[in-house]
Design a protein around this ligand. Sequence first.
Ligand SMILES: *[C@@H]1O[C@H](CO)[C@@H](O)[C@H](O)[C@H]1NC(C)=O
Length: 259
Amino acid sequence: MGMVAKNRFYAAFVLVAILSVQETSASSRFGPVISRLRKKSDPDVMPFAKEGGPLEVSLTLNIINIASVNPKRGEVEVLVWQAMSWRNPDLAWWPPDHMNVTSVRIHPKYLWTPDITIFNNARATEEVTPPIASVDSYGTVTLLPSLRIRVLCDLSDMTLNRLLDEQMAVCEIRMGSWTYGADILTLVEPQSENLGTSSYSQGSEFNLLDVRAKKNVFYYPCCDEPYEDLKFFFTFSRKRQVNTWSADGGLLHEKIRYG
Ligand SMILES: *[C@@H]1O[C@H](CO)[C@@H](O)[C@H](O)[C@H]1NC(C)=O
């Protein structure tokens, strides 16, 4: 072996050695907990609430941007951070027995996840972020996807409301379980301090004025059990200076006029 080849061989050996040390130390800390979760969790089996009641699923939304508003089609496109969490006691572990690991990240395909759906979707929702679930040692599972949502909203009044000399509208995002009744899965209404407008993009064409959530219970003619949904109401206005822009996406600019 020549000198250069020898050095290369040595460098490659050192690199492999470093990588394998990192690999070993990473897997020795989180690996056993993750393997255990994969073994214990059946994605088809819903967690059983210990108290015997329905499983509580917490659900909040943070609106990041109102990306587009189409009054003609009655559609609003919104970018949101959704936070969903519930507890599966079967997944819990005792950190002192597991290198003090208190939480891990795992692909949600290994876990049961609630079938939370947007009911007033105008088009399919896009998940913008990679799917990752966080599981803590109490068995609390949290999903925090970033979603591009298009909801149906009646915007025909938008031309008439002129409070603050800005066209305002109130739209809602209505979400709930697609298949479970409230006797099996119940939604936790978000605390008002977890809503709000602080994550909202300042550069947006629209002002986000208010966000609030309301839980509703209702019955279908078919069934005895109650069903639930959460409505997230958001109030927004179009920023005034937008009116002076040369319209490229046009509809809004043509449709909505001052005076
Ligand atoms: C776990 O934490 C305890 C208390 O802080 C500590 O005594 C112990 O050495 C830790 N174990 C490991 C494996 O780091």
